[in-house]
Design a protein around this ligand. Structure first.
Ligand SMILES: Cc1ncc(COP(=O)(O)O)c(C=O)c1O
Length: 455
């Protein structure tokens, strides 16, 4: 697929951009070689090799909307740790709270004084009264699935084709030619995931109803807007109808707001009047410190408590030793009370709207068949005129070669966007000038690569 781009020109451009990256990053190259002696694949997480760069960019420090690499180059960060730093790197209130906590202990397997206030803040913000904590959104999703299977006595989980909820094995089932199929890239998976995971397309109410009718689905685990396969918005009325179906067939709805917290201080569900039974939030909730939280309605909390009290004494399979540690609680409290404010969101929304409109204008000027979607502080461009309606459509328009070319071109001009698709986040420290710089570089890339006759 050409997506309106001249592939030959693009490949020549990428080759020049790779040379430029290598020439400008001798210290990153040295550090990568050194680290490679003792790190599997040369990086602390294997997927850090999957960026567009010839070798990993080493970060020296990050603050607000910016970071500096080991060679001293400064970048405007529109990736923001793929949402972990959505409120800016090292926000001052969080930095102060963790500095204060630094001499007061980190973990004791007991609640700290911040636990109650954090839970109260989450309850007020998300409209769910009962909360628990985890160290990552992946863990939080795993724990919620366990609680809900236990509470309902039902074994199955329903997810949407193309979803991602972290490294939760249950969700790695795709629809391949309409057939639920375990994702073949999964390593070391010995269980048959399709036994307990049902998968349907997003925005397909008849398919959802047919699955729910079986009466064995404990819960639907969903992002309210799909964000991990490019962006897929719910069609008007979809969630209203889907929620009714889920309730009607006795299943529960878990909304994963880890990315859609970009929609507002209470996430997409609050902003759009959704009423989930459970909600998961990770990544930016502690300003980038590892932590996550999940909340239940009063009714679900009672069912979950009953399940635990009725179970034999012993391990529940839920929880890790450092979950809800004092350090994470201090970070969450400062972040929730002082950083994730209405005012911060207002600023981010205005800038993201400017960014989304700017991208649309550049795309239109170059006559490309691409679209732009924005939910709050999160903006995505996709290589299709019509925004995709489900995971299959979104998957079909992904183009790794083109994505990587854009990402590398931007990175060489001091602009970082999220790898693996085309997501851009703004934080409260991002400026109008930063957005203008991004748009100008994006325009430059398109000018160099759009479909033209080669002379
Ligand atoms: C919607 C959603 N939920 C959960 C996760 C997992 O987050 P983590 O990797 O911090 O566990 C992700 C990660 O990208 C995500 O996008």
């Amino acid at each position: 697929m050409s997506a309106g781009v001249n592939r030959q020109r693009m490949q020549a451009l990428v080759s020049a951009e790779r040379d430029s990256y290598i020439a400008r990053h001798p210290e990153s190259a040295r550090l990568a070689a050194q680290a490679g002696q003792h790190l599997l694949f040369g990086v602390p997480m294997h997927w850090m090799n999957d960026w567009s760069t010839p070798f990993p960019l080493t970060v020296r420090e990050a603050s607000g909307a910016r970071f500096r690499d080991a060679d001293g180059h400064e970048y405007v960060d529109f990736c923001l740790g793929d949402t972990g730093a959505m409120f800016g790197h090292a926000p001052q209130p969080v930095a102060q709270a963790i500095a204060r906590q630094a001499t007061r202990g980190y973990t004791a397997m007991l609640p700290s004084e911040d636990a109650g206030p954090v839970a109260a803040e989450l309850a007020g913000r998300f409209g769910l009264p009962c909360w628990q904590f985890a160290l990552s959104a992946s863990d939080a999703n795993r724990f919620v699935l366990r609680w809900l299977r236990a509470a309902t006595g039902r074994s199955k989980v329903l997810v949407f084709n193309g979803c991602y909820h972290g490294t939760v094995d249950d969700v790695f089932v795709d629809l391949v030619d309409g057939v639920p199929t375990q994702r073949d890239s999964l390593l070391g998976q010995v269980h048959t995931l399709t036994d307990h995971t049902v998968v349907v397309e997003f925005n397909d109410l008849p398919a959802l109803e047919a699955a729910l009718q079986q009466g064995d689905i404990a819960c639907v685990l969903a992002e309210p807007v799909m964000t991990n396969i490019g962006m897929v918005l719910p069609q008007p009325g979809y969630w209203e109808a889907a929620q009714q179906l889920i309730k009607h067939y006795g299943a529960l709805l878990v909304i994963d707001e880890t990315h859609t917290i970009s929609s507002g201080p209470g996430g997409y569900a609050r902003a759009h009047g959704m009423m989930p039974d459970a909600l998961v939030i990770g990544k930016p909730i502690g300003g980038g410190i590892p932590c996550a939280a999940y909340g239940f309605t009063e009714e679900l909390a009672r069912r979950v408590e009953h399940a635990k009290r009725s179970a034999p004494h012993g391990h529940s399979g839920i929880g890790t030793t450092l979950s809800a540690n004092m350090f994470a609680m201090a970070a969450m409290r400062a972040n929730l009370e002082q950083v994730m404010t209405e005012q911060a969101y207002r600023q981010m929304f205005a800038l993201a709207a400017q960014l989304a409109q700017g991208l649309r204008d550049v795309i239109a000027r170059h006559g490309l068949p691409w679209c732009v979607t924005q939910i709050g502080a999160r903006t995505e461009f996709q290589f299709t005129v019509q925004p995709p309606r489900n995971g299959a459509e979104a998957h079909d328009v992904m183009d790794a070669e083109l994505e990587q070319a854009i990402h590398l071109y931007l990175l060489n001009r001091g602009l970082l966007i999220t790898p693996f698709h085309n997501m851009l986040l703004v934080c409260p420290d991002t400026t109008g000038d930063d957005v203008a710089r991004l748009l100008s570089a994006f325009d430059g890339f398109l000018a160099d690569t759009i479909q033209k006759q080669i002379c």
